[in-house]
Write a protein that binds this ligand. Structure first.
Ligand SMILES: [Zn+2]
Length: 314
């Protein structure tokens, strides 16, 4: 009797050990399949990527959405699609006290205003300056057309087109870009040079998702002269990568095409958040099945040319 009880206990223990080993193997297999993010603190990693279909689903996305989103490239070769523009809000109605808007008519997309609030709050905390002023933000087609014609009258055509985009091709149509200036005590504004006390704006802009869109060393690529006053919102991880790699938006959009779903991805660790970024070419059909993670949040943006960029946040 005792002997058989002992035997039973022995067998039970053996079963438990087998169960434990099986469990450990299952956990190990799960982690291999999931491909947990590599351990790194701040920065980016370019990595091979074999996605598990268990963790991804497909989001049917209209191909017209290629022309919408925070990462659209609008330049002399890529026009803005006005039908897809986001709702605009007056800056005056949504801004905080750490910067100014030239007048009540100045409007931008909601997220852009929110991030300007955060940027200029940080700038104020570090410098005590609250006189950065947004002097030009969203522009419609007619406004840009007038602006260009005025510049052609005053400076001639060849100079005008280096400073003012053709109507339909200005980043100001997106609601994601703004020109800033510096106001004096009387409220008169002078050009924002990005120097001296104001250099800090350019140094911290990426933390809030902004890029200085037309830097001096990229004029050959952007086709626009150095404009230290023109800021564009692209989203935090993207502005971060562009600052680390010294890419302008044209270069960044090309770079992102290296990271395609199923092949490789770009991992970005920023302020404790991990982002996974990859490019999905638009299909030849009317819509594209864009692979997106089942867990965590993600955003899909068009690139305004031929595909989508997925930014997933872990
Ligand atoms: Zn501008």
């Amino acid at each position: 009797m005792n002997k058989s009880k002992k035997k039973q206990r022995k067998q039970g223990g053996k079963r438990l050990r087998i169960l434990l080993i099986a469990l450990l193997l299952a956990i190990a297999a799960f982690f291999c399949a999931v491909k947990l993010p590599p351990m790194f603190t701040e920065g980016l990693i370019e990595k091979e990527f074999k996605a598990s279909s268990l963790l991804y689903s497909e989001k049917e996305t209209e191909n017209t959405q290629v022309f919408a989103g925070e990462l659209i490239l609008v330049n002399n070769a890529h026009a803005f699609n006005f039908d897809l523009g986001e709702k605009k809000y007056t800056i005056a109605s949504k801004k905080n006290q750490y910067y100014r808007a030239k007048n009540e008519e100045i409007t931008l997309n909601k997220t852009t205003i929110r991030q300007f609030n955060a940027l200029f709050r940080d700038f104020y905390k570090q410098t005590g300056l609250d006189n950065v002023t947004i002097i030009s933000a969203y522009r419609d087609y007619a406004y840009q057309e007038n602006l260009l014609n005025e510049r052609i009258s005053s400076s001639g055509y060849s100079t005008a087109i280096r400073w003012v985009a053709q109507p339909g091709y200005s980043e100001h149509h997106t609601g994601l870009a703004a020109d800033i200036a510096v106001a004096d005590a009387d409220g008169n504004t002078s050009t924002f040079t990005g120097r001296d006390d104001y250099a800090l704006v350019g140094e911290i802009a990426w933390k809030y998702g902004f890029i200085n869109r037309y830097p001096e060393d990229k004029t050959a690529i952007t086709g626009i002269s150095n404009e230290p006053w023109h800021y564009r919102y692209v989203g935090k991880p993207h502005a971060y990568v562009m600052s680390l790699k010294n890419f302008c938006l044209e270069e960044y959009e090309d770079y992102l095409k290296r990271f395609t779903y199923g092949n490789s991805y770009l991992y970005v660790n920023m302020h404790g958040d991990t982002y996974m970024i990859y490019y999905v070419p638009a299909s030849a059909e009317e819509s594209t099945r864009v692979p997106v993670p089942r867990f965590g949040s993600y955003e899909i943006s068009g690139n305004n040319a031929d595909g989508f960029i997925v930014t997933a946040k872990k």
